[in-house]
Design a protein around this ligand. Sequence first.
Ligand code: SAH
Ligand code: SF4
Ligand code: F3S
Length: 488
Amino acid sequence: MTEIEEIEQQKEYIKKVKELNKNRDLKYSILTMGCQLNENDSEKICGMLEQMGYKLTDKIEEANLAVFNTCCVRENAEERLFGKIGELKNLKEKNNLIIAIGGCMMQEKHIIEKLKKSFHYIDIIFGTHTLHKLPEDIFTVLEEQRKVKDILDIDGNVYEDLPIKRNSKTTGSVTIMYGCNNFCTYCIVPYVRGRERSRKPQDIINEIKDLAKQGYKEIMLLGQNVNSYLRSEMEEIKQGKLIDENGDYKEINSFAKLLRAVNEIEGIERIRFQSPHPKDFTLDVIEAIRDCDKICKLIHLPLQSGSTEMLKKMNRKYTKEQYLDLVDKMKSMIPGVKFSTDIIVGFAGETESDFEDTLDVVRKVNYEQVFMFIYSIRVGTPGEKMPNQVPEDIKHKRFDRLKELVEGQIAKTSQEYVGTIQKVLVEGPSKNNDKMLTGRTETNRVVVFEGDSNLINQIINVKITEDHLWYFKGEIIKNNDISNVIEV
Ligand code: SAH
Ligand code: SF4
Ligand code: F3S
């Protein structure tokens, strides 16, 4: 069966479940535990569920179906998931709740064994490669009253045209590729998400055009390694095997060209992407960022460690110097470019001097935002077997030192925003005060300001008036007032 036929079949199951659920007021709850790719998967899960006649509730007590979309990138998620499943036991008995657990953690054998042993009341277990079969799984549970485990160990295919219910009305997330080939030695993702597979350029462009039509202003292109988009397919493209009637791959055969094509789409005003890998940051990608006015000049550039020795152990394939050279090159080619990053503290064998190298890079780059993680040993990765694991107390002390440095830098940078004019994409009423609006700068900073709700989903000029550490306060200014204020 082709992927298209498989999706057609699932659409039939959606109809069948809808029929079974007819005239019943059914509700579902969903908990998404992972990254933005996981979030985007959840949007598809919600899309399928709503077409089957379920309505979203945030009260699990009133749900007929509970879905957990799991993550396993760090260990703490396991305990959290087991706790959450435990809490469902009573509801299962009381409300005949259907429990479906999916996502990355379900691709780990030891987790499946634990679930089988301790939580026999789970109805559906699905993996990262079988998400599209949820309608069939639910149908089986309803119709045949039996449990379903639907996990594939091989790499999944790329499925298009799944229903989707999006979380945001301003930012549309678009997964451009699945899986990862990099095998960083600390990381579980390549084992649970399989090898890299890219979506067809035309499918991505059509999805974004559709988002633009719906009024979306910002697009987030997602993948574990976005700047190796289409790299795994390159041989087949060269041999002419992947061309189809849309003329795919003729115009777009790399990440840089995809960026340029997205930049052309009318209605879209901001483009972000996450995550690129420093080793794949080729010149054509830097030039595309420079040339495309819609691409936000805040680049997420995961560092992981500032020590060349640690980077080698992590299998990151760049040195401290290469990373810093890349930052310098981008700073010289792209005016005003800023960076955010991911850092792991306390990977196996990290010495005080290795950690100092991380602090050194942080001082030099002066990031806008740093996502900091304490190294968490993942079963089955090379990191698990590495000698000289860093004791927990040292990891925590280093983490606190890094945090202090980062917070100091960010506090200083934030002060520099006060008095400047920022272009802000208005997202909606502020969560803490619904008389105020909230939005984000191009650098992804939150700004809260007074304004009319008809500004929602527009990009407007806001003068930053106060810095409150995690957000700014601002005042809307009219376009013609900008002339006497300096922009940054
Ligand atoms: N593919 C992306 C991100 C993947 S996971 C990238 O390469 O940037 C998101 C972040 O989680 C990683 O960047 C890394 O900083 C962190 N991470 C991954 N495995 C981890 C582990 N075992 N312990 C702690 N942090 C980890
Ligand atoms: Fe994990 Fe490395 Fe792949 Fe990112 S690039 S998902 S850190 S293996
Ligand atoms: Fe977690 Fe899977 Fe994302 S392991 S970080 S949800 S790809």
